[in-house]
Design a protein around this ligand. Sequence first.
Ligand SMILES: [Zn+2]
Length: 263
Amino acid sequence: MSGLRIPVDGPDGSGTASAVAVLAPNPSPMTLDGTNTWILGTSEDVIVVDPGPDDDGHLKRVAERVSDRRVTAVLLTHGHPDHSEGAASFAAMTGAPVRALDPRHRLGEEGLADGDILTAGGTEVRVMATPGHSSDSLCFWLPGDRAMLTGDTVLGRGTTVIAPDGDLGDYLRSLDRLRQGAEILEAEALLPGHGPVLPDPIGVLDAYIAHRRERLDQIREAIRQGARDAREIVEMVYAEVDRSLWPAAEMSVAAQLNYLKTL
Ligand SMILES: [Zn+2]
C-alpha cells in the first residue's frame, strides 16, 4: 500500500506514506512547477532528497517541516543546480552530510552508489544507478511504499531532456532497467524531481520508451529528407513545438545524433 497523495493544485505536499514533496519556487519550461524536494521517513529520523535551488525561503520551509526530527542525510538524485545548489546551505542548517554519486557534490565522508541501502527511521531507501539524463543520475526505491523516486530520469509531465553530460544509450538502458524493476517490484508510484506524482509506473515507463523510439525514427526520417544538423532537425521535427523549447530540443537532438552514430 503506497498511501498515494496527489493534490489537485500541484506537486507540493504530494507523495506516499513515507515521502512528501516540498515544491521549490523555481518554475520554468525545464523545471515544470519547480523542483520537488523530497522528505523521506515517518519517524524521528528523516532523509532529504534534492534540496533544490539555493533559495533561503524554500530551504527554511523544508527545515521547518523537519524541525522536530533529525535529518540523517541529504541525498542528490544528480548534480544539476536545480537539485543540488541549495545542498550546502541546507547541510549547514541541519548538520546533515550530502551524499551523491559525483564526489564533487558530496559534503562529508560518504558517497552514494548503485546497490546502497539507507534507512531513515523505519523507511528503507535503495539506490539504483540510472545514468542517461546526466551521467550521475540515481533513482531511489522505497520498498515500503512501492514507490520509485526518479529525479529527472522520469518527470511528472512531458519527457526528459538528455543533458550535455548525459547519454541517450545509457538513458534507454536505464529506462529498460526501471521498467523491469517496476514490474518485478510491483511499483505503484513514481515520485519525480519535477511535476506531480505518477500512479502508473509501468504505463509511464512504456510511454517514455515508446516516445524515445518514435523520436529516433523521426530524426532518421529528417536526415533522409536532407536535414544536416541538430538545428535543421529541430526545425523539421519540432515545428509544432513552442520556440522557447527549441534550445532544449536541439540539445536532445544532438544527444540522439550521437547515439545514432554509435549504432
Ligand atoms: Zn531538474
